[in-house]
Design a protein around this ligand. Structure first.
Ligand SMILES: CC1=C(CCC(=O)O)c2cc3nc(cc4[nH]c(cc5[nH]c(cc1n2)c(C)c5CCC(=O)O)c(CCC(=O)O)c4C)C(CCC(=O)O)=C3C
Ligand SMILES: [Fe+2]
Length: 418
């Protein structure tokens, strides 16, 4: 959601000593993936019995009256006045106040349940959101009422960052505290799945289809020189990016968040190269979208629209936009890509194809069930699918992993404290 200037931000978090201890209590047993594993190497958990799956979403409004209360939830603790929230509200207002994200998560939940049933895995899928009803509180309360004490969470976010991983883990800890179920219900979380084949396959198919479509629609288009593939993800503050992933490894520009996205883009383009050869493979770059926050605060760039401005002079006539940062076609994709970026492309005379996100693609749904199975079985790291050299990622986050640069340490489940 572009360009809401949220201005000054004040964490307003007051962690007591008890809160801080909570992070430890929820930490499951961990063993090293290999004898050589340093703290920076992959770690996998022991085989574990689970009672239910907790699908954890972002949440979104489902009518005009929901919009401002939803935005207050998203920005809670920062005292942003409603007039400022109205600036970003217009994206939602434009679509009748309805984000598609809840329906997308309802569909994902059904698909997951169907795939678990099909494989004979007897686990119910509960669904709860961070910022809108059904809230995580409701899902966790329901779990307890139904006698489920061991939950395995899947957050609808594939990469390592505060927003994409740790904030979910903190919210789980917050909800266990507010429902007084800390110590009664345990919430583990599947590893970040950016490089799981189930997540990457839909994008590979999408990029290949997009190139074929451009070839068909534009006679004589030279894919190697006249097309640019733009892999796009959510911009985040550079401070958060630097703190993404384990602290004891240097991932280069943009921290683990940047490295994971570059690696995923590389895998997708390598698959195109294998199929089409060098002469059929366009150049690519990683770009960012949906920046918010004050202009004085550095966020990851270039912005997708700025990057597109440079393309005509470089001889490009078309762009393929690949939203690798997102798991479904929610508001960020609809507004920032299908409206804003599409306008930019039109103004610049660039043809544009926007690739779909995984949504409920069979490979994605089945990949998520594989992630569940590997936790039940405690599958060794060497046997876990991962398409990049960075993975497979950790079952249990490393100390300080993805801490928020502004808020500092807050208790979180499914990680090693602090
Ligand atoms: C990395 C990332 C993901 C991907 C990972 C993941 O999926 O979790 C993501 C997803 C989403 N972000 C979403 C919506 C919003 N994000 C905001 C604000 C922010 N996002 C950030 C980062 C991310 N965000 C950041 C650093 C901020 C500013 C600070 C803050 O406020 O924490 C704001 C506030 C207004 C604004 O700043 O524009 C809104 C309304 C929706 C729902 C869309 C729908 O309704 O369909 C979804 C899926
Ligand atoms: Fe966001």
């Amino acid at each position: 959601m572009a360009a809401l200037n949220l201005g000054s931000t004040d964490g307003g978090f007051d962690a007591s000593a008890d809160d801080l201890a909570a992070g430890d209590a929820a930490t499951p047993a961990v063993r090293s993936a290999s004898p050589a594993a340093a703290s920076g190497a992959p770690h996998v958990s022991e085989p574990t019995r689970y009672d239910a799956i907790l699908l954890a979403g972002f949440g979104g409004p489902e009518g005009q009256d929901d919009v401002i209360p939803f935005l207050r939830n998203v920005t809670r603790g920062r005292g942003i006045p409603d007039e400022r929230l109205e600036e970003v509200a217009h994206h939602y207002r434009h679509y009748g106040g309805v984000s598609p994200i809840n329906d997308q998560n309802r569909a994902l939940r059904s698909a997951l349940q169907a795939e678990l049933d099909r494989r004979g895995i007897d686990l119910p899928v509960l669904w709860g959101n961070r910022n809108w009803t059904p809230y995580l509180e409701e899902a966790v309360t329901e779990a307890n009422e139904r006698g489920f004490s061991q939950l395995l969470a899947i957050a609808t976010s594939a990469y390592s960052s505060y927003s994409g991983c740790r904030q979910y883990r903190e919210d789980f800890a917050r909800v266990l505290d507010s429902t007084e179920l800390e110590g009664t219900v345990r919430i583990d979380k599947v590893r970040q799945f950016f490089d799981h084949p189930g997540f990457i396959t839909p994008f590979i198919e999408g990029v290949k289809d997009a190139l074929t479509q451009l070839e068909d629609e534009h006679d004589g288009l030279d894919l190697a020189t006249e097309v640019e593939v733009l892999f796009t993800t959510h911009s985040i503050p550079t401070g958060d990016a630097d703190r993404s992933g384990p602290r004891d490894r240097d991932f280069g520009d943009g921290g683990a968040y940047g490295a994971q996205h570059r690696a995923v883009a590389g895998v997708i383009m390598e698959s195109v190269r294998v199929e089409r050869g060098e002469e059929g493979t366009p150049p690519w770059q990683l770009v960012f979208q949906s920046r918010s926050g004050p202009p004085t605060q550095p966020w990851l760039d270039p912005d997708i629209n700025d990057a597109m401005e440079e393309l005509p002079a470089a001889g490009r006539r078309a762009v393929v936009i690949v939203p690798i940062g997102f798991v479904s076609d929610h508001m960020e994709v609809l507004w920032d890509l299908d409206n804003e970026a599409a306008d930019t492309a039109k103004r610049l005379g660039l043809a544009m194809v926007r690739v779909s996100t995984p949504g409920t693609h069979d490979a994605y749904v089945s990949g998520l069930v594989d992630l569940i199975v590997e936790r039940i079985e405690g599958t060794p790291a060497e046997e876990r699918p991962s398409e990049t050299d960075l993975g497979p990622w950790f079952d249990v986050c490393r100390p300080g992993c993805c801490e928020n640069a502004r808020l500092g340490f807050r208790p979180a489940v499914s990680g090693v404290a602090p």
